[in-house]
Design a protein around this ligand. Structure first.
Ligand code: GLY
Ligand code: MN
Ligand code: MN
Length: 439
């Protein structure tokens, strides 16, 4: 088999699984449109994750149609080859080459879609398509359905049911296959290298944006196409702003620096946070809080294993943090009261993780029928406890304005989990060794 045949078989296998889950009817899934940033300038193009998961096809202006039933078949509608446009914008696959290369049963020009859809929908019992994601798409789907309904006197029936196809695809995406895990390991390794670089280069007198530049440089030079989300480079009190992305401040001796940054490689996200001193070493209070978050993260990672519930890592982290906050006298009462009344939320207000995959906050439900779902081998999630101690009258001076988060990406296995991002240093000893070596 040629490498491209292997790729085509991966996506073909996913389409077959979706067709089996649908059992009958038709799925129609568009990729993302190109988006204008400002006059004559586009945002970098990123395909739709659901579409890409089922096709591997990277171009805009493309729609996948999947016919379920006894003999499932897949059709791609995509841009025609166009010599003039290809001179300006680069090569296009065109339907014929796309069909061969990506293993579709048929491929047609995207210009034929509106004419083809009413015929494809005729006498199908159900239509699966993304609903409510894009008003323009919803309107187009309704036009196709109305075009089929208009033929009712000719004995043609329109689908009676329209389902949001994302629910079925989300379930498939939740458990990663070997190909996906391979890409995610490589994305994680690139991001871990970027964090090591930022640790080594951070110093008093530098700025947050210089480190942002180092992170982006490291992602791109290893082949990652994008950051998976805009990096957070937050020195000192900025680390207490959860979605700080200004990255504009100078770095000061004595401050901690929180960096939340991960690359996207071949469509797959990585998501790492490290917190470390701008200077050479943690101060005593910084270290107390840091060791507490690290212990909470270790407890959470120990709770990730096939058969455990989604919520167990979060509960493990919260218990360790709550106990530690009591011991540091940042909270009062008993452990039971702190957990019951959730007073820890003043310092730890987010959850301990999320699914990770093609999207940084990846597809998939966290609860099913009211119960936290059970972890299965191949699921990938982040484990990211933190503490954010804003300045206030009742907070001892030494703990004020310290924000800490430690985030790793883990793949669930039968025995526990694989920490994909383990190459990013996080023990006090390893971090201080890097800072010492920087001279
Ligand atoms: N970087 C996004 C997150 O941690 O959820
Ligand atoms: Mn995250
Ligand atoms: Mn993150």
């Amino acid at each position: 088999m040629k490498p491209e045949d292997i790729q085509a078989s991966i996506y073909g296998g996913r389409r077959a699984r979706l067709a089996a889950a649908m059992r009958e009817g038709l799925a129609v899934i568009p990729t993302s449109p190109e988006r204008i940033r400002n006059r004559d300038t586009h945002f970098p193009y990123r395909f739709d994750s659901h579409f890409y998961y089922l096709s591997g096809f990277p171009e805009p202006e493309a729609v996948l149609v999947l016919v379920a039933g006894a003999q499932p078949r897949s059709l791609l509608f995509c841009r025609e080859r166009n010599e003039e446009r290809e001179i300006w914008d680069g090569v296009r696959f065109g339907p014929q080459h796309a069909r061969e290369r990506f293993g579709f049963d048929q491929a047609h020009s995207i210009a034929a879609l509106d004419e083809a859809m009413p015929k494809l929908l005729a006498d199908q019992p159900v239509l699966h398509t993304p609903l409510g994601a894009d008003p323009a798409w919803d309107g187009r789907v309704m036009q196709w359905l109305n075009a089929v309904r208009a033929q009712s006197r000719a004995g043609v029936a329109a689908p009676e049911r329209v389902h949001d196809v994302r629910a079925l695809v989300d379930e498939l995406r939740l458990v990663k296959d070997a190909h996906e895990l391979g890409v995610m390991r490589r994305a994680a390794a690139i991001s871990a290298g970027a964090h090591r670089r930022a640790m080594a280069l951070a110093r008093p007198g530098g700025t947050e944006y210089q480190l942002e530049a180092e992170l982006l440089h490291e992602f791109r030079r290893h082949g990652a196409q994008f950051p998976a989300y805009w990096p957070i480079v937050a020195g000192g009190a900025n680390a207490c702003v959860l979605h700080y992305v200004a990255n504009a401040a100078p770095l000061a001796e004595g401050d901690l620096l929180l960096i939340d940054a991960g690359c996207e490689l071949d469509g797959y996200a990585s998501d790492i946070t490290r917190t470390f001193p701008v200077g050479r070493a943690f101060s005593a209070p910084q270290r107390e809080l840091y060791e507490l978050v690290l212990a909470a993260q270790a407890a959470a990672i120990a709770a990730v294993s096939a058969g455990r519930r989604w919520n167990e890592p979060h509960e493990a982290a919260v218990r360790v943090l709550a106990q530690g906050l009591l011991e540091l006298k940042l909270l009062q009462g008993s452990l039971g009261e702190v957990l019951e009344q959730e007073t820890y939320k003043r310092f730890y207000m987010h959850r301990t993780g999320h699914w990770l995959g093609l999207d940084v906050h990846d597809a998939g439900e966290y609860k099913r029928a009211g119960a936290w779902r059970t972890l299965l081998p191949g699921m990938v999630l982040t484990v990211e406890p933190g503490l954010y101690i804003r300045a206030a009258q009742d907070i001892p001076e030494r703990y004020r304005n310290i924000g800490i988060r430690i985030e790793d990406d883990v793949a669930v296995s039968a025995e526990g989990c694989e920490v994909l991002t383990a190459a990013a240093p996080k023990s006090v000893q390893d971090i201080e060794a890097i800072k010492r070596d920087q001279g």
